[in-house]
Design a binder for this molecule. Structure first.
Ligand SMILES: [Zn+2]
Length: 345
């Protein structure tokens, strides 16, 4: 089969479109999926670069997000059949620890993720466990279905499970345009939240306002915390979604009202931001961290998308062979929504 594989960590020149062996069924619970689409995530870039915590055994086929059609099933697979259209939950655990036994693989201390510790979805075929396959909600394309697991599941866990977002609450989403932040905006709007988005790009703010965001703040020209106070009758927001960290983390803390919740799932701008702990306890703030969620939460996401006829926002679709261009677009931050690779074959 054809796949995008890296043999060395490094730049986009390491993404090789090449012939690789077809995956085979290994255990009775295995499924082979013929992929139609694979979404690109920032973690794919970190694996390609080989940053700390993301170094992979090489060669490795990248990609955690995918959707396609079941091509073969192991003898123990009961709930799927050849021809089913599925999207994939990307996480595996050790199968024996307390977390894995309670179907919370995201808490496992020996996690494995598609495209990191096992071969991923930038390929024509992938082998996964049947329990990691979920039927695609009606009305979604393969490209849209491939965009769900990492971004929408992360946003769902942060806003719905952790922060327990309620109708009428105010949510500040920083850096609109990313996969998780656009998913967070769609979820917040569906709940009936009062949404404020930020960007350093006027076009992205306009796109978010067209989707239904109440206010847009251009962080290049406006001071975040005073602007948020002005928009919230001096209270500050109930929830901040911060996926970047770095020096600007302190502004996220400052934008929260008393009893506010900050949710985080990324640190692309820096992993050790300054924090005034007094503000956290004086203002009764809560900080929630997340990296993905459970299979059960993914079921919740899929039910939500189907029942509300919500479609994941797709920025741009590239042929699989052009994965390097897709990575470049993500790194340059030009996107609004998910960047997806289309797999022929
Ligand atoms: Zn485990």
């Amino acid at each position: 089969m054809k796949a995008i594989r890296i043999h060395h960590h490094g730049g986009v020149e390491q993404l090789r479109f090449e012939e690789t062996p077809d995956p085979k069924l290994h255990s009775p619970d295995d499924v082979i999926v013929r992929l139609k689409a694979a979404a690109v995530n920032f973690s794919d870039i970190q694996v390609r670069q080989g940053i700390d915590g993301k170094r992979s055994c090489l060669p490795r086929i990248l990609g955690s997000d995918g959707a396609g059609v079941v091509a073969a099933v192991g003898g123990g697979v009961k709930e799927l059949k050849v021809g089913d259209a599925v999207c994939l939950y990307p996480q595996y655990g050790c199968t024996t620890c307390w977390a894995c036994r309670s179907d919370q693989q995201h808490f496992c201390e020996q996690p494995q993720r598609l495209g990191e510790q096992t071969d991923g979805t930038y390929a024509e075929l992938v082998r996964v466990c049947c329990h990691n396959c979920f039927l695609i909600p009606a009305g979604l394309s393969f490209e849209e279905a491939a965009a769900i697991a990492v971004a929408y599941l992360s946003a769902w866990r942060m806003l719905m499970t952790d922060a327990e977002l309620k109708p009428g609450e105010s949510v500040l989403i920083r850096g609109i345009g990313g996969g998780v932040t656009t998913a967070a905006l769609q979820l917040a709007l569906s709940v009936g939240a009062h949404t404020i988005v930020t960007a350093d790009n006027a076009e992205k703010l306009s796109q978010a306002l067209r989707l239904g965001a109440k206010h847009g703040i251009d962080e290049r020209h406006q001071d975040l915390a005073p602007e948020v106070r002005h928009l919230t009758d001096k209270r500050g927001v109930d929830i901040v979604v911060d996926t970047n960290g770095g020096e600007n983390w302190v502004k996220s803390i400052a934008a929260l009202g008393r009893g506010g919740r900050l949710v985080t799932c990324g640190a692309s701008a820096g992993a050790q931001p300054p924090t005034d702990l007094r503000r956290i306890f004086w203002h009764h703030l809560k900080v929630f961290g997340s990296s993905l969620g459970s299979r059960d939460e993914l079921r919740g996401v899929l039910n939500f998308l189907e029942s509300t006829a919500t479609k994941p926002i797709i920025d741009k679709v590239y042929p699989l062979a052009d994965a390097a261009q897709a990575h470049q677009r993500l790194v340059q931050g030009e996107h609004f929504g998910k960047i997806v690779l289309q797999v022929d074959g």
